[in-house]
Design a protein around this ligand. Structure first.
Ligand code: SF4
Length: 343
């Protein structure tokens, strides 16, 4: 593994191709079979009511707002059925932090889903879980254990943004702090659940602060081995209030360099995602030579990022062609990155 100082040197270097080749070598060591995976799943935004007012978010509506909603269970079931009909294997729930929905609401939803469907539930990021615990007066451990018992299979890494409290204080003052994000993921791992780690960069943080994020993720993985993947993505400024202050979005070069450094530095995480949703399909394809071995989801629905002004879309066939043209074999995977039972 390279040191923090070496990673900082890479960020400062102009040798983009050299860094990419190094990341590609690490990718090849983890994935010698040349497979690049993708998943068919659906992101269901069950509510947009939220009390946190994150400055990078264009999705939420304050309580009482006429555009606010909580999806009825029947609507959620219809969306799951559509996902299954399209060959999907999982759903991801992502919502605002609703101050009135107690754990029973989530348990009831999960139980009813599991009763009706054979689908993987990769749901509720750390801020949502922290919120459920607070609203319900429960410990994190009991909250996660109860959600797991009701049908929660794994937890997405959303809400990590940059795991550095100075950054979080600036961009998402009310939302869970670094330690709470860590506690949710460590608790889930201790309960035998897998989670992903994400990073939203390019929101005005320094390279040192970005490295603090990497160090936290690398250390948790060292201790628990519970992360299935690391997913870096760049902040989208359009239509967000933070966008007024962060004048320049991350460029393709910055994205590829950050992806490559994450592949090299987080050598203990097997999967690194080259995303297409925010950087676009062509940069995503290049990312497969900068350390990425997965292109994420054919997202059937994603309201949070599109609310912030991103409108890239991809069909399964487009993603498969993109992967093939980069010299890899496309394979559909499930939420745990298993490809063996699918095509
Ligand atoms: S990012 Fe999440 S927590 Fe923050 S305002 Fe948006 S919905 Fe709420």
């Amino acid at each position: 593994m390279i040191s923090r100082a070496e990673a900082i040197e890479m960020f400062a270097s102009d040798d983009l191709i050299g860094i990419g080749m190094e990341a590609d070598a690490v990718r090849r060591r983890h994935h010698p079979d040349g497979i690049v995976s993708y998943i068919i799943d659906r992101n269901i935004n069950y509510t947009n009511f939220c009390t946190e007012y994150c400055s990078f978010c264009a999705f939420y509506r304050p309580m009482g707002h006429k555009e606010g909603y909580v999806l009825p269970q029947e609507t959620i079931f219809d969306k799951i059925q559509e996902t299954i009909d399209l060959g999907g294997t999982g759903i991801l729930f992502q919502g605002g932090l609703h101050p009135d929905l107690k754990i029973e609401w989530y348990e009831d939803l999960l139980r009813n889903i599991k009763k009706r469907f054979n689908i993987w539930c990769h749901c509720f990021s750390a801020p949502e879980i922290t919120n459920i615990a607070q609203v319900s007066g429960l410990s994190l451990h009991d909250t996660i254990a109860r959600l797991r018992d009701a049908g929660l299979d794994s937890i997405p890494g959303g809400g990590a943004e940059i795991l550095d409290d100075a950054v979080r204080y600036r961009i998402s003052r009310l939302k869970c702090g670094t330690q709470e994000w860590i506690d949710v993921h460590r608790t889930a791992h201790a309960l035998g659940m897998r989670t992903t780690a994400t990073m939203m960069f390019g929101c005005g943080e320094t390279i040192e602060q970005r490295m603090n994020h990497f160090d936290i993720v690398r250390q948790i993985q060292e201790d628990t081995g519970g992360f299935t993947a690391f997913i870096p993505w760049a902040f989208q400024r359009e239509l967000t209030s933070l966008g007024r202050f962060v004048k320049e979005e991350a460029t393709a070069v910055e994205y590829l360099k950050t992806l490559a450094v994450s592949r090299i530095y987080l050598d203990n995480i097997v999967n690194i995602q080259s995303s297409w949703v925010t950087p676009g399909l062509k940069t995503c394809q290049l990312g497969l030579r900068f350390g990425g071995n997965d292109v994420g989801s054919i997202m059937i629905e994603e309201n949070v990022v599109s609310a912030a002004g991103t409108h890239h879309k991809a069909t399964e066939e487009e993603l498969r062609r993109l992967i093939r043209d980069a010299g890899f074999t496309p394979k559909q995977r499930d939420t745990l990155y298993r490809t063996y039972f699918l095509n």
